[in-house]
Design a protein around this ligand. Sequence first.
Ligand code: ADE
Length: 225
Amino acid sequence: MRIDILSVVPALLESVFDHSIIARARKKGLVEIYLHDLHDFGIGKYKQVDDYMYGGGAGMVLRPEPLHQWIEKLKNERHYDEIIFMTPDAEVLNQNTVNELSLKKNIIIIAGHYKGIDERIRQLHVTREISIGDYVLSGGELPAAVLTDAVVRLIPGVLNDETSALSDSFQNGLLSPPVYTRPAEFKGIKVPDILLSGNHAAIEKWREEQSIQRTKKIRPDLLKK
Ligand code: ADE
């Protein structure tokens, strides 16, 4: 899979993809991630990428030309399955969308900034718009990182234990059960006996019950779905 991210501050994302699971996936050649600076196609001597809003209003808007030129350049090199714009005024990301996107070959992610991007880029190029939640961040870089991380860890071979992605919260529509590691007792609190029993069928049953209980308590809306 190949992911190209367009941003006015790509430096914000550099270290995010250079550590841990994503870095290993890149090294293994399971995913290619490229960060592109919109200033490369900025306008004039100062490589301007934003401008005032037509009609007035506080905040700057990303001009269409730098985005258009980067997108055209990338599209001329290969086919893209999706061109995604990270924005709060969009469908909210969930595990179904992540699963679907993990099957794509090439995607572009646009991280907006300021008041957003010129609407014509949405009309001309964007195939999908995704929000990471009902709150506003100062830019689309962190949302682009969230989406990339969620997608990349599902690519086969990225996680060592192939089943661990399947047992994530949300993969079965439920929250995860509690997990414990050593020591068997900590600050007077014991690991539940069942987990030390070696009875795998009983442990599975306990985990499922715990998942359902937790979901009922914390996210009852998930059970209604
Ligand atoms: N840009 C700013 N806030 C955002 C959000 N909640 N989701 C996606 N992109 C954003």
